[in-house]
Write a protein that binds this ligand. Structure first.
Ligand SMILES: Cc1ncc(COP(=O)(O)O)c(C=O)c1O
Length: 390
């Protein structure tokens, strides 16, 4: 079969963390390994009611092919969401996608030739790197600290590798949980303009905020020269099974992405879009977002408290002021991947950090999610980890 594969297919990489994520299904294991929202946050009854209604009363839309750009009223709603994040846009600037994961694939397909270089944060989201690898791109890492991308590193790497794109997740990044400061966002855009590359701003976590003073204003809000391709998603605030994400980009690029999307799936699922459209048009999203924030805020507090109790002298971690993750750094000589079997035998699971670093670093790090377990199990699980990690 190998000889029939395309060049791109030869570069496909299986997700290095999916295997670990399987551990989340054993009830004896307290799992901080997942990367998914809690089903407890899904408004299932409302979704069931809406689904039944749109199927019965609006089958010519909900069960039919639809516009590639997306349901017009939903595009309009999404444009409003983006304006609330500081982005100057209207429905005509929006392309609905089958989750923001499809947005990453469409962008990679539309912009990347084999060998083109994409800059990614150290660490970064594996679904992003998969999309770029799948188009035979080369990846180069740029340093991140607690304020976000380190400008000196970005400038130095960009000068060296001449990238076409930077992929960044400024709000409560997966996996680091970090929030990039506004000053850093401005510096990143300045360097992008100087070195002339485009920026993918992936923002699925911006609404999951647990503190009062987090400034999540989009980078695209200061995008005077149309360099930023902004991605959003309903996955983390509503339900990821309703595959609804979106792209806001410059008109010429959006037109190309629309053609790429026609080739990929003609249109995103119309039933999914109809459900999200009905939910949002009824004005229910703000209350849903508040509910989701409340749900995670308490769990996040429990996890951070437990880390303080057990790890204050031997690790550091990100505050997780939003999103679903805290990222823990242990002593340099600890290899978290090698310790996974011990942790699992001890009844606790996490995701080792190295797969998130394209430069092979990060062996002493791990990603913990507070999304899945209840308070008691979070406390117990961090206690178990403390007994296992040296
Ligand atoms: C940073 C980031 N981008 C994109 C996605 C994909 O989300 P979706 O396709 O459900 O919108 C995820 C999912 O975990 C993510 O963490």
């Amino acid at each position: 079969m190998e000889k029939f594969l395309s060049r791109d297919a030869r570069n496909f990489r299986p997700s290095a963390i999916r295997a670990f994520a399987k551990l989340i299904n054993d009830p004896n294991i307290i799992s901080f390994a997942g990367g998914v929202p809690s089903p407890e946050t899904f408004p299932a009854e409302r979704i069931a009611e809406i689904a039944s209604r749109v199927i019965r009363e609006n089958r010519a839309v909900a069960l039919q092919y639809g516009p590639t750009r997306g349901l017009p009223r939903l595009c309009d709603f999404v444009a409003g969401v983006c304006r609330s994040r500081g982005i100057d846009c209207s429905a005509a600037d929006v392309l609905m996608t089958t989750g923001s994961q499809q947005a990453l694939d469409l962008i990679a397909h539309t912009l990347l030739d084999p060998g083109d270089v994409v800059l990614v944060e150290l660490p970064t989201y594996i679904g992003g790197t998969s999309s770029f690898h799948a188009r035979s791109a080369e990846l180069a890492g740029v340093a991140q600290d607690d304020e976000g991308i380190v400008p000196e590193s970005l400038a130095e790497v960009a000068a060296r590798v001449k990238p076409k794109l930077l992929y960044t997740i400024p709000n409560f990044q997966n996996p680091s949980g970090r929030l990039m400061t506004q000053q850093r966002r401005a510096e990143v855009l300045r360097i992008a303009a100087e070195s002339d590359f485009l920026v993918i701003e992936d923002d699925p976590y911006g609404e999951l905020v647990y503190v009062r003073d987090a400034d999540t204003l989009a980078m695209k809000s200061r995008d005077d020269d149309h360099r930023v391709i902004y991605l959003g998603s309903f996955s983390k605030v509503l339900a990821p099974g309703l595959r609804c994400g979106w792209i806001v980009a410059a008109p010429e690029l959006l037109a190309k992405l629309e053609i790429a999307k026609q080739a990929a799936d003609l249109c995103s699922g119309m039933l999914d879009q109809s459900i999200v459209d009905d939910f949002t048009a009824a004005g229910e999203l703000p209350a849903q977002i508040e509910k989701v924030r409340g749900f995670y805020r308490a769990k996040r507090a429990t996890m951070i408290e437990s880390l303080e109790e057990h790890f204050s002298t031997r690790a550091s971690w990100t505050p997780a002021d939003g999103g679903l993750f805290t990222f823990v750094s242990l002593n340099d000589d600890i290899d978290t991947a090698a310790l996974v079997p011990d942790a699992v035998a001890g009844g606790v699971a996490y995701i080792p950090g190295a797969p998130f670093f394209v430069d092979g670093s990060g062996r002493n790090t791990m990603r913990l999610t507070f999304a899945k377990e209840n308070d008691e199990r979070i406390r117990e699980g961090i206690g178990r980890l403390a007994g296992i990690l040296p």
